[in-house]
Design a protein around this ligand. Structure first.
Ligand SMILES: *Cc1c(COP(=O)(O)O)cnc(C)c1O
Ligand code: SF4
Length: 346
């Protein structure tokens, strides 16, 4: 609250107020849906569906931007976008093999905020937050607070990258790194630009899909100003996620220029069908995005109901190989703790 605000609207010309005004994407994020009952009501679903959810685990409650919820089918409790975000009672049932930190990332932090697992690449945890809470996320229980995904952690991570000539590619990750504001991103990019051994900037983000307003002029300016080769890896799992607003955000990124890739997670009930996966690849390609990875689910606690058996995954992947151009077939991959790279299953 700002008790000194005048009763009348602030004139748009007042410069100091104008500069603190949140951006449109920040307002959309503030207005994101956080109440499962509200989401069910919006979709014309029985609110009791939300009540079967019980109390969503406190650190990972429902969160979904309205722009994403608007793409869900009304009246369909099995909608593939809804299933990705609506907390379910089955999440609370313990299942053997599904654990809090399946990738053991807490063990591979090279510095606070820096995950150094693969040759030549370093993954920088820019923020702990996301604009959407995907129920299958392997980071749903990741200890961000102690992992260094803070401003101070990012500084320490940048120092570590400066001291490591083997890092040619820096991957901004999180959480969702594009939740950092333009000024913070500009600072990070400026520091990386000054390190001669760093040549590529990769951003792993779901925002162009779930909150396309994030791809604003400020962000494009930050990226356009960098000397680094740019790669943006977005995350869409189902063709219905890709509407015109997403296509527009992707076009703006591609115009930088910037290489666009997608990673999807194979999810039971969401995209475990050859037709859905084929349509996802086709739409991506037509929007200028190369399907990069189709990930096997990481075995995080609470996500067991999304698991697709490996034999079925190989079968689905085979169906894609048989019917799509080679460049439209994503690599089927699994992350194995301790391995030198992601393991390609096909
Ligand atoms: C996935 C991942 C990368 C990047 O792997 P690519 O195969 O290059 O996409 C790098 N670091 C970590 C920790 C990762 O999980
Ligand atoms: S956007 Fe990515 S990091 Fe965030 S909750 Fe979803 S899967 Fe996890």
């Amino acid at each position: 609250m700002q008790p000194t605000l005048p009763a009348s609207p602030i004139p748009a010309t007042q410069p100091d107020r104008a500069t603190v005004r949140p951006e449109r994407w920040q307002r959309e994020l503030a207005e994101a849906i956080r109440d499962p009952r509200e989401l069910c009501r919006m979709l014309g679903l029985d609110e009791r569906l939300a009540e079967t959810v019980g109390q969503p685990a406190a650190p990972f409650p429902l969160l979904v931007p309205r722009a994403f919820a608007a793409r869900m089918r009304r009246g369909d409790p099995r909608d593939p976008l809804l299933l990705q975000v609506l907390p379910q009672a089955v999440e609370d049932e313990p299942v053997a093999g599904f654990v809090a930190d399946p990738l053991q990332e807490a063990d591979v932090l090279a510095a606070p905020g820096l995950v150094r697992k693969y040759a030549g690449r370093a993954l920088l945890l820019v923020t702990g937050g996301c604009a959407v809470h995907c129920r299958y996320c392997f980071r749903r229980e990741f200890p961000y607070a102690s992992s260094g995904a803070t401003r101070r952690g990012v500084d320490a991570a940048l120092d570590a990258i400066a001291d490591d000539p083997d890092v040619a590619e820096v991957i901004l990750s999180g959480g969702d790194p594009l939740l950092a504001d333009d000024a913070h991103l500009a600072e990070i990019v400026e520091r990386l630009d000054a390190l001669p051994h760093v040549r590529r900037l990769r951003i792993h983000t779901r925002l162009p899909v779930v909150l396309p307003a994030r791809v604003n002029d400020g962000l494009l300016d930050v990226l356009a100003g960098s000397r680094l080769a740019r790669i943006v890896v977005v995350h869409a799992n189902h063709p219905a996620e890709l509407d015109d607003s997403v296509a527009d955000a992707l076009r703006r990124l591609a115009a930088l220029p910037c290489t666009l890739l997608n990673q999807a997670v194979l999810l039971a009930g969401v995209n475990d069908s050859a037709d859905v996966l084929r349509l996802l690849s086709e739409r991506l390609v037509e929007m200028g995005v190369v399907p990069y990875y189709l990930h096997m689910l990481d075995r995080v606690r609470g996500a067991a109901h999304f698991e697709v058996p490996e034999a079925r995954a190989r079968e689905l992947h085979g169906a894609l190989r048989d019917t799509l151009p080679g460049y439209a077939v994503p690599r089927l991959a699994r992350e194995v703790p301790g391995a030198a790279a992601k393991v390609w299953l096909a």
